[in-house]
Design a protein around this ligand. Structure first.
Ligand code: SF4
Length: 360
């Protein structure tokens, strides 16, 4: 089926023009949103120079990452991997190195695999379903890519969109998690979608959620869709109501072993599901030893989703000549050349000036 036929079929299957929230007039809502977006959108590099490849990279990079954080990565990425072909041909080490510090490295691996699949495909993807057949592409990313880069009328539904829709409707139902909320609001997102300009509409919704209808302090007085919103005078910051998982605290011990301008690091096996191939400070079990007693030289806490990870870093020495294959002495001056897990690079840079030699 050619692209225009696919679009016609899709437009004919759009939901009816009445949204469940009677306060929302679809056409007026679309116009207010579009006018606001035209004058208020941030000049982001994948918008100022739109191209399918740039949209794909920006969508994968933006998952779980703030725009301000990803911008310098995006610029560097485009210099090193300007198109699907250059990315497909690159070695995985180079891809991971350019992702270092962004976290969630499976996105980098998936983007790499996606580029390889994409260049090999005779018929390129043009619908959300076809995009979802490629590595790392879920329903949200598929809708975003096909609507923004290919004008396909698919509605994106992420946390920003759920928040806006819940507040527009003053929907006070409690959801058991994000997935349930996304599923519940998808029909309304599709109803509100402007099928003539789906990419701009979706980006406008995301922009509205990121800059005006924010999580804690929605700026209702300057909101372009205020007249369509039922919760503006009814504490919108409480919405959506999504049950959060209880926070779980995890304690991890790390070792600081530095000797003769080298640091001992553990390389996560390539077969691991997370952070494969990256270097990190070793754990006592990596060396087959007990956690050293005494005060750690540093303690750092970070949060990943609902987990609080508290890591204690202990100075230590080893004279073990037969280290496990995953342990490597890395010259300190060569640290820039390897891919270190983001927090570990920060800790090492912070601790090296004070602990250039392990004092036990
Ligand atoms: S009026 Fe307020 S709560 Fe409603 S959509 Fe706008 S910013 Fe969000």
């Amino acid at each position: 089926m050619i692209a225009n036929e696919k679009l016609k079929v899709r437009r004919n299957t759009l939901p009816s023009r009445t949204m469940s929230a009677p306060s929302v007039n679809r056409q007026q809502f679309q116009k207010a949103l579009a006018d606001w977006y035209d004058t208020n959108q941030r000049a982001l590099p994948w918008r100022t120079q739109p191209r399918l490849y740039r949209t794909v990279v920006s969508e994968l990079m933006a998952q779980q990452t703030r725009i301000a954080t990803m911008l310098p990565y995006f610029e560097r990425w485009m210099i090193r991997f300007p198109d699907f072909e250059s990315l497909a041909q690159a070695p995985e080490d180079a891809v991971l190195k350019h992702w270092e510090g962004l976290g969630y490295y499976s996105r980098a691996r998936n983007l790499h695999k996606l580029a390889r699949s994409y260049v090999a495909l005779e018929t390129k993807p043009g619908t959300p379903e076809e995009w979802q057949a490629l590595p790392g592409i879920g329903p949200y990313t598929a809708a975003a890519i096909s609507s923004i880069a290919q004008n396909y009328p698919a509605a994106v539904v992420d946390g920003n969109v759920v928040r806006i829709l819940a507040r527009l409707e003053d929907n006070r139902r409690e959801f058991s998690g994000n997935a349930e909320a996304v599923k519940a609001f998808t029909p309304n997102a599709e109803t509100l979608l402007n099928p003539e300009k789906p990419g701009d509409h979706n980006q406008a919704m995301m922009e509205l959620g990121a800059t005006i209808c924010t999580k804690h302090n929605p700026l209702c007085t300057v909101c372009p869709v205020l007249q369509h919103c039922r919760s503006a005078a009814n504490d919108p910051a409480e919405l959506p109501k999504i049950r959060r998982k209880a926070t779980e605290t995890v304690e991890i011990d790390r070792l600081w072993i530095v000797c003769s301008e080298k640091i001992l690091l553990h390389r996560i096996p390539l077969t691991a599901t997370q952070l494969a191939g990256q270097y990190e400070l070793p754990r006592p079990a990596d060396l087959g030893i007990q956690t050293p007693t005494g005060k750690p030289i540093a303690q750092r806490t970070r949060a990943i989703t609902h987990r609080r990870i508290r890591e204690k870093i202990h100075a230590c020495k080893t004279d073990n000549k037969k280290l496990a294959d995953t342990l490597h002495w890395i010259e300190i001056k060569e640290l820039d050349a390897i891919t270190l897990s983001g927090p570990h690079r920060r800790w090492i840079e912070e601790l090296l000036p004070k602990h250039a030699q392990a004092k036990v």
